[in-house]
Design a protein around this ligand. Structure first.
Ligand code: C2E
Ligand code: MG
Ligand code: MG
Length: 694
């Protein structure tokens, strides 16, 4: 290389170049260096720098460092310092490279070097560092932890806040991705990878993922991780990603509590109706491809209400918890057991195979359920017995939708209860027809009273010895606008289960009170009308019965103007509501009549305990009355017993002279039946009474 070339290269180099004496005296400076130092030409600069030796480095220590390196290593490379522009004393950042030039003998001749103004890139770097520090501070102040991931190297910078979130002190974890990743819950890793990919590949604008991280103490913490790729290479591959961790453990706890409350029964811990629906749906979807059946069994505890009423809700709750436990055990693992509310449970049996003897197999399983529930329950030292009624519907035979299966199981349950409880009943299409009819009657019955479709008719009760009439029974009639007359045997049970019996019963009572007042005035001052009362009406608040007595008093009538007809089942009900009601009625002087005697289970003890005035022998005995028949013996026995206990006897359903004669001979006090008269409207009764008297 020639000297001229070298000198022009020196002159036109875009960065500063110089030659100094080892003592620091400037010998040459190229144009770029002259400009860098704020001078117009080399001569000016050389003169100025020789005149006064102002410090060049802002930090004087840099000069010593420079010298030391030159002397020890003979060169300085990429030596970055803040310096003063010679002329203006303005601070700039420079990068220096220099070397020692020696002569042939190895003696130092001078220093040569380059100076590059790097102020711009230094300021940019500083600004970047400041802004990074600022956002980190902002994020950490918001309670978030910050991470900065170098994707190429796997190195991950975690903010102190992030480490503390998991119980670590700064520096305690190695700065690489695996340090945190290995602490991620195994169940959450797959989704995390999916979410990361979605963002890195550009499908998602940001990386968002919720996962669990194991803390230093071993506990798990839920975090919401959000991040973004902030640098990609020229092919678009992500290089760097930064983001935050937000502790969402509190929210997750609340969510899981809400989920728990929304899906489980708090008393028994069993799934509730809502979760059952989902699980049944899933069970059906699972069974369908294998053509496997799923059985839905609705279980209702019989007589649970009595336990609740007599022993209190605490005992009732205990019983439910134990019952839940027994049902779960009897159902067997893998089968869903849910509590629908109250004393109703549901079992979904999925472990059954399609088989010719499916019904028999199921019957065994259901029998087992009935058995465990009919065994005594120990409730704080007291043994309590209940039983259960079960209704069963099958998927896919009976229905393929959850709602329909529920409906059918409910219909089957209804029929199990109707058949006498402590039994199970399978759904049949006939049950569905009956259920539909019931539903229709129930709906129609709601408007029957306001639309004047109801009527109370009266059937005379005849004193057998004299043939005279001092009593009548009030019987309800429904004239349905489309179906015509509907039997009370049909609509009373519906009204009982829907609760409509309360207003209907009150209305019948009002009618009877009006009527007995009228007949006492016109025919007989001792006339008595008996009114049928459903057990349901006795489960009302006590105020209700006293209301009946008040009505009589307001009409200025003694209590015995009305007799209340109850059934034997009511006497078995030991609930305080029922016994209080009966006592209140008796206190007000109303007579009590035991209807349909002989069809239930009443024991002699009850008859004695609750002072009953009349016993009504059920039609089924009267119908079979023949001289020398068992029915006659039974009737005679009932009559003797009743008289012994101070009660009078009414025979129901007397249709023939023979029946009347046999009853009269047996000492029966009263007879009621078609032989004397059918139930009649008020007008017909009036006419009949006048005619009968004459
Ligand atoms: P029940 O209280 O045992 O009433 C007697 C039933 O026997 C009445 O049926 C009556 O019409 C019928 N009967 C009377 N004499 C004869 C006869 O010689 N032969 C035959 N085969 N039957 C006779 P009804 O009116 O159909 O009532 C049926 C049941 O409905 C009643 O039985 C009663 O339990 C209930 N019921 C009727 N009205 C009311 C009411 O206002 N409230 C309540 N809770 N139940 C009522
Ligand atoms: Mg009756
Ligand atoms: Mg009866």
């Amino acid at each position: 290389m020639t000297d001229t070339l070298r000198s022009s290269l020196f002159e036109f180099l875009p960065i500063g170049a110089y030659r100094t004496t080892p003592g620091g005296v400037q010998l040459r400076a190229n144009a770029a260096l002259v400009r860098l130092n704020g001078y117009d030409n080399e001569a000016e600069m050389l003169a100025a720098t020789q005149a006064l030796d102002q410090g060049w480095y802002v930090d004087p220590g840099r000069r010593a460092a420079f010298k030391a390196q030159m002397e020890s290593q003979g060169a300085v490379v990429d030596f970055v310092s803040e310096v003063y522009r010679h002329k203006t004393r303005q601070r700039i950042w420079v990068r220096e490279t220099a070397y020692v030039v020696r002569d042939a003998n190895g003696c130092i001749q001078f220093y040569e070097g380059t100076v590059e103004d790097i102020s711009e890139s230094m300021h940019a770097q500083q600004a970047l560092a400041e802004s990074e520090a600022r956002w980190r501070m902002a994020l950490e102040a918001a309670g978030d932890g910050v991470w900065d991931w170098n994707i190429r190297t796997g190195e991950e910078q975690c903010s102190d806040g992030l480490l503390r979130m998991f119980g670590y002190e700064p520096g305690e974890l190695p700065a690489d991705l695996s340090a945190l990743d290995t602490r991620t819950h195994p169940d959450d890793r797959a989704q995390m990878a999916i979410d990361r990919d979605a963002h890195m590949s550009g499908r998602a604008p940001a990386y968002v993922n919720e996962h669990r991280v194991q803390c230093k103490d071993g506990s798990w913490k839920w975090v919401l991780s959000r991040g973004m790729v902030v640098a990609r290479d020229h092919t678009g591959q992500p290089l760097r990603m930064i983001g935050t961790h937000t502790d969402i453990s509190g929210r997750k706890r609340a969510e899981s509590l809400i989920w728990q409350q929304a899906n489980f029964d708090s008393l028994t811990g069993l799934p509730n109706r809502r979760l059952l629906r989902q699980q049944l749906d899933a069970a059906m979807a699972h069974a369908a491809p294998h053509a496997r059946p799923v059985a839905v069994a609705f279980i209702d505890l019989d007589h649970f209400k009595e336990v609740n009423d007599t022993l209190g809700h605490d005992h009732g709750d205990l019983l439910l918890v134990q019952a839940a436990q027994r049902i779960r055990e009897a159902a067997g693992g893998g089968n869903t057991v849910a509590r629908m509310g109250g004393d109703e449970f549901t079992v979904v049996l999925t472990d059954i195979t399609p088989d010719d003897c499916l019904a028999d197999v199921l019957a065994l399983r259901l029998k087992a359920l009935l058995d465990v529930l009919s065994q005594g329950f120990e409730l704080r030292g007291q043994t309590v017995f209940v039983s259960a009624s079960i209704g069963v519907a099958l998927y896919p035979t009976d229905a393929t939708l959850v709602e329909d299966l529920f409906k059918h199981a409910d219909q089957a349950l209804y029929s199990a209860k109707g058949a006498g409880r402590n039994r199970f009943c399978f759904f049949t299409p006939a049950l569905q027809v009956a259920a539909q009819q019931r539903a229709r009657l129930d709906a129609d019955l709601r408007v029957a009273l306001p639309q004047h479709q109801l009527e109370v008719v009266y059937q005379p009760i005849v004193a057998l010895a004299s043939g005279r009439v001092h009593k009548a029974e009030a019987l309800l009639r429904w004239h349905h606008p489309v179906l015509g007359p509907v039997s009370p045997a049909q609509f009373i049970p519906i009204a009982e289960s829907s609760g409509q019996i309360i207003p209907l019963g009150d209305w019948v009572f009002e009618q009877a009170v009006e009527q007995v007042a009228a007949w006492r005035q016109r025919f007989d001052p001792a006339f008595q009308i008996s009114v049928n009362k459903s057990p349901v009406q006795f489960h009302q608040k006590a105020a209700h019965t006293s209301n009946w007595a008040t009505q009589l008093m307001q009409r200025g009538m003694p209590g015995n103007a009305i007799a209340i007809e109850i059934t034997e089942g009511l006497l078995l009900d030991t609930s305080p509501l029922v016994t209080n009601h009966l006592a209140a009625l008796r206190d007000s002087g109303l007579d009590v009549s035991l209807d349909d005697f002989g069809t239930g289970y009443s024991s002699l003890t009850y008859l004695q305990k609750l002072a009953i005035d009349f016993i009504k022998i059920d039609q089924s005995f009267v119908r079979n009355l023949q001289p020398g028949s068992t029915a006659l013996s039974l009737c005679k026995a009932i009559i003797v017993m009743a008289h012994e206990l101070g009660m009078q006897v009414v025979a129901e359903g007397v249709e023939t002279d023979m029946q009347r004669d046999l009853l009269l001979a047996a000492g029966c006090d009263f007879g009621q039946g078609y032989l004397f008269a059918r139930p009649m409207s008020v007008a017909a009764f009036d006419a009949w009474f006048v005619q009968n008297k004459s």
